[in-house]
Design a protein around this ligand. Sequence first.
Ligand SMILES: NC(=O)c1ccc[n+]([C@@H]2O[C@H](COP(=O)([O-])OP(=O)(O)OC[C@H]3O[C@@H](n4cnc5c(N)ncnc54)[C@H](O)[C@@H]3O)[C@@H](O)[C@H]2O)c1
Length: 441
Amino acid sequence: MRIAVVGTGYVGLVAGACLPDTGFDVYCVDIDENKIERLRRAEIPIYEPGLEELVRRGVESGSLQFTTDIKQAVENSEVIFIAVGTPPDEDGSADLKHVLDVATSIGDYMKGEKVVITKSTVPVGTAARVRAAIEERTKHKVHVCSNPEFLKEGAAVDDFMKPDRIVVGVDSEFAKKVLSDIYEPFVRTGNPIIFMDVASAEITKYAANAMLATRISFMNMIASLCTAVGANVDMVRKGIGTDSRIGPSFLFAGCGYGGSCFPKDVQALVQTLNSYDIDAGILEATERVNRNQKQQMLEHVFERYGRDLSGRTFAVWGLSFKPETDDMREAPSLVVVRGLVEAGARVRVHDPEALQAARMYFGNKVEYQENNYDALKGADALIILTEWKPYRRPDFDRIRKALVRPLIIDGRNLFNPEKMRELGFEYISVGRPSIDELVPA
Ligand SMILES: NC(=O)c1ccc[n+]([C@@H]2O[C@H](COP(=O)([O-])OP(=O)(O)OC[C@H]3O[C@@H](n4cnc5c(N)ncnc54)[C@H](O)[C@@H]3O)[C@@H](O)[C@H]2O)c1
């Protein structure tokens, strides 16, 4: 079976690289010529563990081809995945322009029956619009399915190869059979392929992301209460996470969620709910708590140094929105670093993978450090925003000696507050007893 995957971002490239491993021939299509040129040489534009190896293998064996020619890909494939971006529109709803552009091309170029599958995250009702756009242009039969992607950046290849579950909304028995053939090799350990109607599949993706984002904001709200009364959110997390009805995942307090999915998907679901006159209050609160949580990191700095930070220097460890990725979209670092710069501070940043991406956001407004300890020299505080492994067991002696004031503001609760007190640090974390009286400002 030949498959076309249109859009070679995180989702399309991972799907395109993994599918040949189970015997399919895949065309990966993108409108970005530069990206396609690089991919043909097996140069990966993103950092994603295991992906480069898969792409190289696919390219060398000839089972993975990269092209900008959507006509050729549509003509030669029985199955077409749409995996282009769905960025937020001005009002926060998902912009379907790219998805519908692809649908139009499919309609223009298909010369026989096709199975078209939306993998992009799209609001309920989109499959019907995709079908209409295709059927306007062709007499051939088309099956339009929804197969939302649940991969996690940083573990995307693993997630695609060994998914917890695969959700597929189908409109025909034929499409169900085709999707079973494609996905059965990936669920041999018994994880389910859950078939359903198309609208339910479209909603499932938003419901999953909105639920996860809400858990994070919920815990951040509880963390604020812990801070206010001197309680410890880690203990509360353990206390509730052991309840089998709640479970332990996604209960860590922190400096807020970011990335390319949670912020935009929560916003888009709010817009969808509004369009049906359904109260979206839960999700509006989720967003509000998240915005405040990012800002809170800055407030800790302002409380200690005032709002004019001229003459001050800050070291920031961690720029990507989470570890094992170089993706900085909507990352807490954007709010914190920009806030520090706007207040007049000098900022030195480090990240194991995202320094190149960071240059696009911060230009020459900050100093980029290849070594995390170099960022500390003469700084008034260390601010940690991503829980990268190299930050988890640092050389505390080196940190204390390099900083002007031994102040660590930890947005990821990496260290034990008691131990930090013993080591002589003024240590601010999220929702745990604050130990900030030790060194006067
Ligand atoms: N990134 C994730 O972790 C993730 C996870 C699950 C779902 N999703 C969803 O998957 C979709 C894609 O996300 P992404 O992060 O891969 O996006 P991305 O922005 O990284 O990549 C999208 C790609 O599509 C290409 N493109 C745009 N219009 C095109 C067209 N007409 N023809 C061919 N190519 C075109 C772009 O050039 C780009 O390379 C989004 O809807 C997103 O919400 C993303």
